[in-house]
Ligand binder design. Structure first.
Ligand code: NDP
Length: 322
C-alpha cells in the first residue's frame, strides 16, 4: 500500500510517499481502508522533531473509511462498515489496523471527509470547555487561533455553553470566520497587543479562562489577561514551546490556575470516547456544530499540506485523500 512516512525528522520535505506492507491485523484489530485522513498540528510536531517518534514512522493520527477485514475476536464491526477513529498512529496511508475499542461507527449522514475531520479537533474542543475548564453561562473566554481547526469548533462549543468568546486571529479574513462561528469579539493579534485589547474589552477585569494553543509568543500575555482565580489552559505550541516559567508568579497575579492538558488523558477509555464523539455527531446532525473543510489534498501531497498549516495559510480542517 502507499503511505507517507518519516525516516528522519525535519522540514516538510522529510515526508516520503512510498510503498510499504499493509499492516498486520491482530485478533482485536479492524483493517480500515482509509478514504480520508485528518491532518492535525501535532503531525507537524511529530514530523519536525518537537515531539519524538520511533523512526521510520507512518505519520497521522486519525482517519475515516470502510472496514476491509476484521481480526478473529472482533465483535462490533464487519466488512463494509463505515468507520472513523482518532489517536492511532499511521493514518497517512491507504490502510490502517485499528483496535476495535478505538473505532467508531460513522453515521450514514456524515461523509468520510467530515468523519476524518471531526474527532481529534472536536474531542479536543469538547474536553477543553467541558472538562479542563467547564465553561459556565457568563464566562468570558479568550480563544487564540480561533479560525483554526480547533479554534472554530471551540468557539462554537463555548457559545453553546453560554460563554463570551474573545477570539484572536492573524488576518481580517480569519476574523470574519471566527465571527461567523460565534465569536463576540475578534482581535488581530499580529497587529495589536491582545493583552491591551482584552483589558479594554473587559473594563480591566480580565477573562475567566484563556485557551492558548499558540504557546511561546502568547503564553505570558495570556496569563496577564486572566481575572483573579482565572485558569490558563496551555494546550499547544503552534509558535514554539514554552520552556521557562516561574510558578511563583501565579500567586501575585491572582492565585491563578495553570494546566497543560493533552487529548490522550481526556480520551483514554471507551466510555469517554463514546460520550465526546456522540455529542459531536449529534450536534453535526442537528446543525449546531459546523465543520469547515476548505483544504483537501491528495495523500501524496502531504508535505504541501504541512507547509500550508505551518505557514498559517489554512482555516478549519485539512484533509488528505489516499
Ligand atoms: P490550527 O488549524 O489551529 O493551525 C494553527 C494556527 O495557529 C494557525 O492557523 C495560526 O492561526 C496559529 N498560529 C499562531 N502562531 C503561529 C505560528 N508561529 N506558526 C503557525 N501557526 C501559528 O491547528 P489545529 O487545529 O490542528 O491545532 C491547534 C492547536 O491545538 C495546535 O497548537 C495543536 O498542537 C493544539 N492541539 C492540542 C491538543 C492537545 O491534546 N493538547 C489536541 C489537538 C490540538 P493565526 O494565523 O490565526 O494566528
Amino acid at each position: 500500500m502507499k503511505a507517507v512516512r518519516v525516516h528522519s525528522q525535519g522540514s516538510p520535505e522529510v515526508l516520503i510517499f512510498e510503498d510499504i506492507a499493509t499492516p498486520a491485523v491482530l485478533a482485536n484489530d479492524v483493517l480500515v481502508k482509509i478514504e480520508a485522513v485528518g491532518v492535525n498540528f501535532i503531525d507537524t510536531y511529530q514530523r519536525s522533531g518537537l515531539y519524538k517518534i520511533p523512526l521510520p514512522s507512518t505519520l497521522g493520527l486519525e482517519g475515516a473509511g470502510i472496514v476491509d477485514s476484521v481480526g478473529e475476536e472482533v465483535t462490533r464491526f464487519r466488512k463494509g462498515d463505515r468507520v472513523a477513529y482518532t489517536n492511532i498512529p499511521g493514518s497517512y496511508a491507504e490502510f490502517a489496523a485499528v483496535p476495535e475499542d478505538k473505532l467508531l461507527a460513522l453515521p450514514e449522514t456524515v461523509p468520510f471527509n467530515e468523519g476524518a475531520a471531526i474527532l481529534l479537533q472536536g474531542c479536543t474542543s469538547h474536553f477543553l470547555c467541558h472538562s479542563t475548564y467547564p465553561v459556565k453561562l457568563g464566562d468570558i473566554c479568550l480563544v487564540h487561533a480561533a479560525a483554526g481547526g480547533v479554534g472554530l469548533l471551540l468557539t462554537q462549543m463555548i457559545k453553546m455553553l453560554g460563554g463570551t468568546v474573545i477570539a484572536t486571529v492573524s488576518t481580517p479574513a480569519k476574523a470574519a470566520l471566527a465571527k461567523a462561528a460565534g465569536a463576540d469579539h475578534t482581535i488581530l493579534y499580529t497587529e495589536t497587543d491582545f493583552e491591551e485589547e482584552v483589558n479594554a474589552l473587559t473594563d480591566g477585569k480580565g477573562v475567566n479562562v484563556a485557551f492558548d494553543s499558540v504557546g511561546k509568543t502568547t503564553f505570558e500575555r495570556s496569563i496577564n489577561c486572566l481575572k483573579p482565580l482565572g485558569t490558563m489552559v496551555l494546550y499547544g505550541n503552534a509558535s514554539g514551546p514554552v520552556t521557562q516559567f516561574n510558578p511563583g508568579s501565579l500567586g501575585p497575579k491572582g492565585s491563578l490556575f495553570l494546566t497543560r492538558p493533552t487529548i490522550f488523558d481526556y480520551l483514554s477509555d471507551r466510555e469517554t470516547l463514546e460520550w465526546r464523539s456522540g455529542d459531536l455527531f449529534r450536534w453535526i446532525a442537528q446543525g449546531k456544530l459546523k465543520l469547515r473543510l476548505e483544504h483537501c489534498y491528495p495523500l501524496s501531497a502531504a508535505s504541501s499540506a504541512h507547509t500550508a498549516l505551518e505557514g498559517r495559510a489554512t482555516t478549519g480542517k485539512i484533509i488528505l485523500n489516499p
